[in-house]
Design a protein around this ligand. Structure first.
Ligand code: ADP
Ligand code: GN1
Ligand code: MG
Length: 376
């Protein structure tokens, strides 16, 4: 069954959820690269419309849906308690899993797809680009705060939903394997991109080496902190809810910073084909640093602070290598919407890495200044 055919089976999955009201429709929604997301609309007895998010979880990537959903149910329950204690609205400030009719966290259909549903976060929006710097600042504060809220989460109860997710040397080795196998015969056309990665092989090891030397800690982190994984209030622009919790796992605090920079401080889109439009916006870098440090509220060690620029470059390089690997392997991981989409994405990431390298002293200076400001 093709992905499209599996997605068409959503109408058979919907009756297995405890959605209120009668179904109006369930259309594709959002621009995530991994899961298949649908907006479910139902009509209640009083004629009002109720919204839900339905997702077909990517079972090629998330091999154990029980573990995945256990993480999400437990983390959201934990956040819920903290949000309630702080007088917030847990139905908007964290994801709420809609149970199936037999009270499970997901539904496995007869065709092999796994479906889950969430309350729709109302009056909020996700952005694919930074439209207002203020939004980026708010997202930084919220991602920093997310990490702080999870600081006392029992990390040993979390399943590793994707092993070695941000283990950059392992990502590098995966790329080397894809180059050697070259199953699509594409390697010869991407020699420049391959050379770019090879030149940075030693760099890929920096953070994992620091972990081995116990110079940086593992914390419970989000691991996929791009701007469209946070909902901002439509009216106020405030960050309301951190979403896409599939990769909440032990990781580096700095990588949550770095992945946001990779996506949001880029002056161009992740899949821009005109590389002249790609660069690291220093003002956005500064704003994000400021917001993230505020959200983390003094919880980062000196070494973690010092490694923030390294993590920004690491996440960008790693993501570029992952796009390149997927291109070489025939585009099986990230959803693509056109020919060479993953190659275009790889090229933006590598261009951004090169620009960060050119601006390295300035990135370090900004982190130094913002760290000092955060203390005062
Ligand atoms: P993926 O893993 O494919 O990126 P996400 O969980 O990030 O999937 O969902 C894709 C998009 O769907 C998000 O970027 C967001 O726009 C929207 N979305 C996801 N969950 C919700 C929710 N609970 N309420 C409103 N919108 C949501
Ligand atoms: C994927 O799921 P989404 O679209 O939010 C990917 C991230 C990449 C990102 C690149 C589970 O994020 O790691 O950085 O694409 N998520 C997974 O845009 O692999
Ligand atoms: Mg997402």
């Amino acid at each position: 069954m093709t992905r499209e055919e599996s997605c068409a089976k959503r109408y058979e999955a919907i009756p297995h959820f405890t959605f209120e009201g009668t179904l109006i429709d369930a259309e594709p929604y959002g621009s995530g690269h991994i899961n298949d997301t649908f907006l479910v609309r139902t009509r209640l007895a009083d004629e009002s419309v109720r919204l839900y998010i339905l997702q077909r979880m990517n079972h090629e990537i998330f091999k154990n849906p029980d573990h995945l959903m256990a993480n999400i149910s437990n983390v959201t329950a934990f956040l819920r308690r903290k949000i309630e204690a702080a007088g917030g609205d847990p139905n908007r400030e964290t994801l709420t899993v809609v149970p199936t009719t037999d009270n499970r966290s997901y539904y496995k259909d007869e065709y092999g797809s796994n479906w889950r549903a969430y309350y729709f976060i109302t009056d909020a929006i996700t952005y694919d680009r930074v439209e207002k710097p203020e939004h980026f600042y708010k997202s930084a504060e919220a991602f920093g705060n997310f990490q702080r809220l999870l600081a006392d989460y029992p990390a040993d109860t979390l399943y590793e939903t994707i092993p070695n997710f941000h283990n950059t040397p392992v990502r590098y080795a995966n790329l080397e394997r894809a180059i050697a196998a070259d199953i699509c015969g594409r390697a010869k056309s991407v020699q420049a991109e391959i050379a770019f990665a090879v030149e940075r092989k030693d760099f890929t090891k920096i953070l994992m080496d620091k972990l081995a030397a116990k110079e940086i800690p593992l914390r419970v982190t989000h691991n996929d902190t791009k701007l469209n994984n946070i909902m901002l209030d439509t009216a106020t622009g405030n960050a309301i809810c951190v979403i896409d919790l599939d990769t909440v796992m032990p990781g580096f605090a700095m990588n949550d910073f770095g992945d946001s920079i990779r996506f949001g401080a880029n002056t161009g889109a992740e899949d821009e084909t005109n590389l002249d439009l790609i660069s690291c916006d220093l003002e956005l870098f500064r704003l994000y640093t400021r917001g993230f440090l505020k959200g983390c509220a003094g919880s980062l060690t000196e070494m973690e602070l010092r490694m923030l620029p390294t993590a920004a470059k690491m996440m960008t390089l790693e993501c570029g290598m992952r796009f390149l690997t997927d291109y070489l392997e025939g585009d099986t991981y990230f959803k693509i919407h056109r020919e060479n989409h993953n190659l275009d994405r790889c090229r933006t990431q590598f261009k951004l890495v090169a620009d960060m390298e050119a601006k390295w002293e300035q990135l370090e200076q900004i982190v130094k200044e913002e760290s000092a400001n955060a203390l005062s």
